[in-house]
Ligand binder design. Structure first.
Ligand SMILES: *[C@@H]1O[C@H](CO)[C@@H](O)[C@H](O)[C@H]1NC(C)=O
Ligand SMILES: *[C@@H]1O[C@H](CO)[C@@H](O)[C@H](O)[C@H]1NC(C)=O
Length: 311
């Protein structure tokens, strides 16, 4: 509970900071942006209402309210980042192939020839790794999961999905609203693998962290894969009735590791088998909230999300 209070305080501090930069702007431009925001996120309103009804924390960040301070966080667009309202998923999602020759991954087009040229091997199984909110291809997830699979000689291709420019902190509402669309792009990738005879769905394993776990769930509902591993699926603004929630219907085996329950991680079981190490809650070993960090769920060093503690 103390951690939650601290996190909330952090969010509020961020808000105050963000707002101080907004002062002096024409109030009518703020009203226009607020209207745009409400329209853009209208499809999330039922989830937002349910989230508020359940009395979940972090309401400041996730609330839609034309007059509330929180609006400043939701609509301010970071420089050099696509608009929060942008829908150019094709241009903003990148796919990487990892192999032993290129352990850092090589970026490829969604194209069979490009995948093969990058070392994709159609005789192997395929693992697709998808990061979560506020991360990108530099996420430790790719070191810890993608490269580790190669290091142990697993008979699998490793693909990574980078949707980092579409889910930057602190714009959680925007990132969360894109889960279905990004999942659709991952489904396109799976469709391509099947159509080009590069892989069979029965040999595909999706690994998703945080919002990426739900992205995997969306993709798997269109092309049911052998397995999805959800690493700490995100909780905020997801309810058990959300249409883009990771569920057991997306793969023959859905296994889930919950490591941030009560904060950023989903509490209820979502798969065929759900693990709750250390009861699934903060703090996990090696992971704690840092008082000087204004972001939810950061580890002491400020670079690792709490849910990465078990990766
Ligand atoms: C918006 O937020 C303000 C400040 O928190 C509050 O007074 C107001 O009632 C809210 N409006 C709506 C429509 O929720
Ligand atoms: C694909 O993987 C198989 C099994 O490891 C291996 O025998 C074959 O040489 C690989 N093909 C290419 C093109 O690397």
């Amino acid at each position: 509970m103390a951690a939650k209070g601290l996190a909330l305080l952090g969010v509020l501090c961020t808000l105050v900071h963000a707002l101080s930069g907004e002062e002096g702007r024409a109030s009518d431009s703020r009203a226009v942006r607020a209207k745009l925001t409400r329209r853009h996120f209208a499809h999330l309103q039922p989830d937002i209402d349910e989230w508020n009804r359940l009395g979940k924390p972090t309401k400041a960040v996730f609330q839609q309210n034309a007059t509330a301070d929180a609006e400043g966080l939701l609509v301010a667009v970071p420089q050099n980042s696509p608009s929060l309202f942008g829908t150019d998923y094709a241009a903003n999602i990148k796919y990487y192939v990892y192999n032993r020759a290129q352990p850092g991954g090589v970026v490829v087009d969604l194209d069979a020839a490009a995948l093969l040229a990058a070392g994709f091997n159609r005789t192997l199984r395929t693992t697709v790794v998808i990061h979560g909110y506020g991360h990108d291809i530099t996420d430790k997830l790719y070191d810890n999961v993608a490269r580790a699979l190669l290091d142990v000689g697993a008979a699998t291709n490793v693909l990574a999905v980078d949707w980092g420019t579409l889910c930057p902190k602190p714009f959680y509402l925007s990132a969360r609203s894109r889960v279905a669309a990004v999942g659709g792009r991952v489904a396109d990738l799976l469709g391509l693998l099947v159509d080009a005879d590069l892989a069979r769905l029965a040999d595909v394993h999706l690994v998703g962290h945080s919002l990426g776990a739900h992205v995997a769930g969306v993709a798997g509902r269109r092309h049911k894969v052998a397995r999805i591993t959800g690493l700490d699926p995100a909780q905020p603004l997801f309810t058990q009735s959300s249409s883009d929630l990771l569920t057991a219907s997306s793969a023959d085996l859905v296994d889930v590791v919950h490591t941030c329950v009560g904060s950023l991680g989903f509490r209820q079981p979502l798969g065929h088998v759900d693990f709750y190490p250390n009861r699934g809650r903060l703090s996990q070993p090696g992971c704690s909230f840092a008082a000087d960090k204004l972001t939810l769920g950061e580890c002491g060093g400020g670079t690792t999300p709490c849910s990465d503690a078990v990766l």
